[in-house]
Structure formats: C-alpha cells, structure tokens
Design a protein around this ligand. Structure first.
Ligand SMILES: Nc1ncnc2c1ncn2[C@@H]1O[C@H](COP(=O)(O)OP(=O)(O)O)[C@@H](O)[C@H]1O
Ligand SMILES: Nc1ccn([C@H]2C[C@H](O)[C@@H](COP(=O)(O)OP(=O)(O)O)O2)c(=O)n1
Length: 223
C-alpha cells in the first residue's frame, strides 16, 4: 500500500501522514525533511545557494538517510543527526531555492523511490510532487489544502509568543515559499489528476486523519 500526500505548507501533511501510517502499520517518509537536509548540507559546506550551478555540482555529495518509523522518524546527513537544524529559519528560507535545482530533485527522487520500493507492508509518503512525479502509480493520492490564514495560524501556533505582526510575517513567508514551490520548472507543487482533494480549513487534525484512514481502507477493500 503506497499512499502519497501532497499539498502546500501548513495543510497538515506531516501530522496526518505520521498518524495514518502509525494507525495502519505503514512506514512514513517526510520528503520535505530530505530537501531540508540537503539544504542544510549546502549551507554547512558554504555553497552559494543563489548559484544553481554550484548547487547542481554538489548535489551528489550529501549522504542522506531517512528512518521511516512513524513513531520516531529520523534524518541524518553524512552520519550527523540533523532533525533539529533542518527546522531553523535559515534552512526554511533557503530550501525553495535548493529544491528547485533539477540535479537535487533527481537525486532525492531516486532516494524516495528506493525507500518506497523497500517499504513493507507499505508507506505513507508526504511532500509536494509525490502524486505527480515521485510515485505516479501510488495506490492512493491525497492533496491537502487549507486557506492561507488557517495555515499561517497553525504555523504561528508552533512558534511560542507570536503576536499579530509575527502572524503576518509568517503568512507572507509561507505565501512566498508556496509561490516558489508552485512555479518552479521541475516537478512543481501540484495536485495529480487522480488525487482526492481534502480542504482541511474547517476540519480538526483528528477529522483529517480519520478521513485519510477511511480512504486507505476503501482502497484496501478494493472499493
Ligand atoms: N486540521 C488541523 N487543524 C488545526 N491544526 C492543524 C491541523 N492539521 C495540522 N495542524 C497543525 O498545524 C501545524 C502544521 O502541520 P503540519 O502537519 O506540519 O503541516 P505540513 O506538513 O503540511 O506543513 C502543526 O502544528 C499541526 O499540529
Ligand atoms: N516533495 C517535496 C517536498 C518538499 N519540497 C521542498 C519545498 C518545501 O518548501 C520544502 C520544505 O518542505 P516541508 O514539507 O518541510 O515544508 P513545511 O513542513 O510545509 O514547512 O521542501 C519539495 O520541493 N518537494
């Protein structure tokens, strides 16, 4: 059972995917974490992230390993645990530029396909281009959406002590990243034609999880 969950930032992909995988005994892969990890590696090695040729030339050098247990997902680069440093503002603001480079996408896509192929008895893979590019033959494709306001509020809720100005800045940064991810040439953020779209604006996380679990169970029963 291969499930692909795509959508913009803050729609609930990570929380939903992890919970659905845990409930159904599947593996879990956060592909955004892999793009963040290679971005962290570029910054750590002093690669100029405004120079796509320099990024392309270095794309094959980072050794990224993802642990796919949904209750304890892990990510290392060249043996270093980068779970915390890949969430910094520095990485978040550089990740769209790095992940737009075709050589980076080719490398990470290959890694994602091999992880999905080896996953027993199946996997929930979340990202931006899983249904369209990485796993076009997935058994189930889900595309999560939510209003920009809801997504920014969710993100701000994660950063303690945010005020109204902070919320506005979060919303602007999120809109910029979505625009960059949706307009890049190589496998942009997009809904696959055969994906089920779920608008999560008015749903609780529990309701979204339940909805996706039901969709997977329907697929398993051949409905
Ligand atoms: N339906 C929802 N309602 C309210 N909060 C949600 C919902 N889905 C996710 N969240 C919260 O929003 C934040 C972002 O969710 P996350 O799963 O990281 O989104 P994504 O992976 O799409 O960026 C998290 O703090 C999560 O708990
Ligand atoms: N399949 C994917 C997943 C993520 N990316 C890129 C684009 C995203 O802005 C970054 C970070 O993704 P991530 O899922 O960690 O982002 P958020 O959790 O939504 O903040 O990686 C991608 O290009 N393709």
């Amino acid at each position: 059972m291969i499930v692909g969950i795509d959508g913009p930032s803050g729609t609930g992909k990570s929380s939903t995917s992890k919970a659905v995988a845990a409930k159904l005994g599947l593996r879990y892969l956060d592909t955004g974490a892999q793009y963040r990890a290679i971005t962290w590696w570029m910054l750590h090695h002093g690669i100029d992230i405004k120079d796509p040729a320099a990024i392309a030339a270095a794309a094959g050098r980072a050794e990224i390993v993802s642990g796919t247990d949904p209750s304890a997902p892990t990510i290392t680069v060249d043996g270093t645990d980068v779970a915390a440093p890949i969430r910094t503002q520095e990485v978040t603001s550089a990740v769209s530029a790095v992940s737009a480079v075709p050589e980076v996408r080719a490398r990470i896509t290959e890694l994602q396909r091999s992880i999905a192929k080896e996953a027993v008895p199946g996997i929930v893979v979340e990202g931006r281009d899983i249904g369209t590019t990485v796993l076009p033959d997935a058994d189930l494709k889900v595309f999560l959406t939510a209003s920009e306001e809801a997504r920014a509020a969710r993100r701000s809720g994660e950063l303690k002590g945010k005020d109204a100005a902070g919320l506005k800045a979060t919303q602007e940064a999120l809109a910029r990243r979505d625009a960059a991810d949706s307009t890049r040439k190589t496998s942009p953020l997009a809904k696959a034609g055969d994906a089920v779209e779920v608008d999560t604006t008015e749903l609780t996380l529990e309701q979204v999880i339940e909805c996706v679990v039901t969709l997977v169970e329907e697929k398993q029963q051949g409905r």
